[in-house]
Design a protein around this ligand. Structure first.
Ligand code: DGL
Length: 248
């Protein structure tokens, strides 16, 4: 059994990629919607939630935690990772590996306020890719839109345009530094144009999960979905989003 968690629905963008790589793995996906958005919380609060989420997976006896929340990874990187019996795959490390492989060196990171505040993307990218230029921009308006299903139309498009207006013009790539944002990818593409590559760390995260678990995966491909929020709304959102994410 593999464990994935996020503050909410964004982690499904990682789950979709993990499912492609590890179709027979049994997965438990936890959405901490009682506390979403994480990105506006204090680091003390976020560290407490990270500790609780890892302890929950220890109780479930997962064999690996595939992080699906950048904000939690940023807190772990900045303030120290709480202990976990299972290995924990850091999503920001995967992002840096994806950037390194891309060969692109002028990158923007859009992320939550807490992730940008922790500075983890800048440190991790500079630690892995010599001479990289990194600009980090917070985008606090986007998570509430995705959580409430407002992902198409003018409101979502305008919110993405507002974020992109804070990015320098000469970027080669923009990294989705929050797992909610790939849901808005079409708007980012429309606003930034074809000259800017969009990097979703989820693909590298799923590849690393497959490398870590390899042939050891024995399961039936079952996914257990758990939320700390409203179960009826969550079940409907999972059905809607996984359909769209897996087919694209
Ligand atoms: N999706 C999460 C991330 O990758 C957290 C978003 C939030 O709750 O603010 O950072």
């Amino acid at each position: 059994m593999i464990g994935l968690f996020d503050s909410g629905l964004g982690g499904l963008t990682v789950l979709a990629r993990v499912r492609e790589r590890l179709p027979t793995a049994d997965v438990i996906f936890f959405a901490d919607q009682a506390h979403v958005p994480y990105g506006d919380r204090t680091h003390g609060d976020l560290l407490r939630l990270l500790r609780a989420n890892l302890a929950r997976f220890d109780e479930y006896g997962v064999e690996a935690v595939v992080m699906a929340c950048n904000t939690s990874c940023a807190i772990g990187e900045r303030y120290g990772w709480p202990s976990s019996r299972a290995p924990v795959l850091d999503l920001i490390e995967s992002a840096a590996m994806a950037v390194e492989r891309s060969g692109l060196r002028r990158v923007g990171v859009v992320a939550t306020a807490a992730t940008v505040g922790a500075g983890s993307y800048g440190r991790t990218l500079r630690g892995r890719v010599a001479g990289i230029d990194v600009v980090e921009v917070p985008a606090p308006a986007l998570v509430p839109l995705v959580e409430s299903g407002v992902v198409e139309g003018d409101e979502a498009r305008a919110a993405v345009a507002e974020v992109c207006a804070h990015l320098p013009l000469d970027l080669e790539a923009v990294i989705f530094g929050c797992t909610h944002y790939p849901v808005l990818e079409a708007h980012f593409k429309a606003v930034l144009g074809r000259g800017v590559a969009l990097i979703d760390p989820a693909a590298m995260q799923a590849q690393r999960a497959a490398e870590l678990l390899g042939d050891r995966v024995e399961g039936s491909g079952r996914t257990i979905y758990v939320t700390s929020g409203d179960e009826t709304a969550f079940t409907a959102a999972v059905a809607r989003m996984m359909g769209a994410l897996v087919s694209t």
